[in-house]
Design a protein around this ligand. Structure first.
Ligand SMILES: CC(C)(COP(=O)(O)OP(=O)(O)OC[C@H]1O[C@@H](n2cnc3c(N)ncnc32)[C@H](O)[C@@H]1OP(=O)(O)O)[C@@H](O)C(=O)NCCC(=O)NCCS
Length: 380
């Protein structure tokens, strides 16, 4: 296992092309790849001098229960075709998990092209990225005309981050990423993206094949939601539809008259807890919900998570502390732990064989981990 360096970039590009097909602008790709190389977040597998596999880890933060938890976003996992099916992908992913430990990410997440490799290593489905299509004409008439909306510029980056944070804290969001400031600035400078801001919300959208596509819309009130969606819908004389990645419980679904294609598209992502005590301490929990429960975690890949634990939840926070073994403990491996963390109902976890024991507290676990369905707006 090696850290990918500048001299490996040609080989990585070749393996990547053989894995995903021709992949866009090489200069752009080099630039992004170097951002992973500088602080050792690009790993590779060598056979002699030849680089035969690679994966990289984004230094993200994710909202969980309305709080920010650092998360290593795994991407670009590729093994050269002639080396596949021999354990190279697993070797690489084990090194990725250890890198997440080293970097101090309590969580890691990824969009899987195949679940098998990742499930073997303890990842499980946790949420999805969903795309909906609305009639532009329906959005145009949503109203909100009393709300002032202005064009946004580069100097609004901090305001955008602040408005997004306020909304995610208030909604106790699960899943969405927190963008680095530089990324928000680059949207605001990009001439193909149109950004507008109101007192408690903003929208970023663009043209997409003759129709419009919303990249992100945050609204702190009904009036602002109406005003921002109507701003996008004002393009209805040219655009028939507006595509939007948004959560399934976004207020827009309860305001708009039709879903243009009456179907949504979703791409699921998987989660894994890297450091269970830090992952529990970092996320938020519903106020007023209290739980004291014993857990028995068996994590063969990351043995620091293995053991008997006491989970104490109260005042919107939780601690996971080492405990004596208990016959009443909820027993689970890393896949069950990830799915539980993401709010999967206990009945589902039992139905899939991902947890056992501790049945008396199922309703308590559901109350503690239940909340808005986890989602992401970004692909990586
Ligand atoms: C997916 C990929 C990284 C797997 O690498 P690999 O070296 O073949 O993986 P391993 O040999 O370690 O296999 C680990 C497990 O995953 C399974 N697996 C690997 N590829 C699979 C596939 N395409 N479909 C189903 N299972 C697969 C293996 O059978 C093995 O499970 P088993 O031990 O129960 O048999 C590799 O096939 C690849 O580069 N594919 C193209 C790019 C891609 O899809 N990357 C993933 C992006 S998320």
């Amino acid at each position: 296992m090696v850290e990918v360096t500048e001299e490996h970039l040609d080989s990585v590009w070749q393996v990547r092309t053989r894995s995903f097909g021709m992949g866009g602008d090489r200069d752009e790709w080099n630039k992004t790849a170097r951002s992973f190389i500088v602080d050792g977040r690009y790993l590779g597998v060598l056979d002699g001098d030849e680089l035969v596999a690679a994966a990289r880890v984004w230094p993200y933060e994710q909202w969980w229960g309305g709080r920010r938890v650092p998360m290593g976003g795994v991407a670009g996992v590729v093994v050269a075709p002639e080396y596949r099916g021999r354990g190279v992908g697993s070797l690489l992913m084990r090194a990725v998990l250890n890198l997440c430990v080293e970097k101090g990410y309590p969580l890691t997440a990824l969009y899987p092209a195949t679940t098998v490799l990742y499930r073997h290593l303890g990842y499980e489905f946790a949420g999805s990225r969903q795309l909906y299509t609305f009639e532009a004409a329906d959005l145009r008439t949503l109203g909100g005309r009393r709300t002032a909306v202005r064009k946004a510029g580069r100097d609004d980056a901090d305001l955008f981050l602040e408005l997004a944070a306020k909304a995610h804290e208030a909604r106790r969001s699960n899943g969405p990423l927190i963008w680095p400031r530089a990324e928000v600035e680059s949207w605001l400078e990009d001439e193909s993206l149109f950004a507008y801001v109101a007192e408690d919300g903003f929208v970023v959208y663009k043209w997409s094949d003759g129709n419009l596509a919303v990249e992100e819309l945050i609204a702190g009130s009904e009036e602002t939601a109406r005003a921002l969606w109507a701003t996008v819908g004002s393009g209805a004389s040219i655009a028939k539809t507006v595509e939007a990645c948004c959560p399934p419980f976004d207020p827009i679904h309860l305001m708009v008259e039709h879903e243009a294609h009456r179907k949504s598209w979703q791409n699921r992502w998987m989660l894994r807890l890297v450091d269970a005590p830090a992952a529990f301490a970092g996320r938020g929990f519903p106020d007023g919900v209290v739980l004291e429960a014993d857990l028995r975690i068996d994590d063969p890949e990351l043995p620091a998570n293995t053991g008997d634990w006491r989970l104490s939840v109260g005042n919107g926070s939780a601690t996971l502390t080492p405990a004596e073994p208990s016959g009443d403990a909820l027993r689970l491996g890393p896949r069950g732990l990830a799915a539980l963390y993401a709010g999967t109902p206990l009945a589902t976890l039992r139905g899939a064989g991902l947890v056992s024991g501790g049945a008396a507290l199922d309703a308590g676990f559901d109350a503690v981990f239940g909340g808005p369905a986890p989602y992401m707006l970004d692909d990586f």
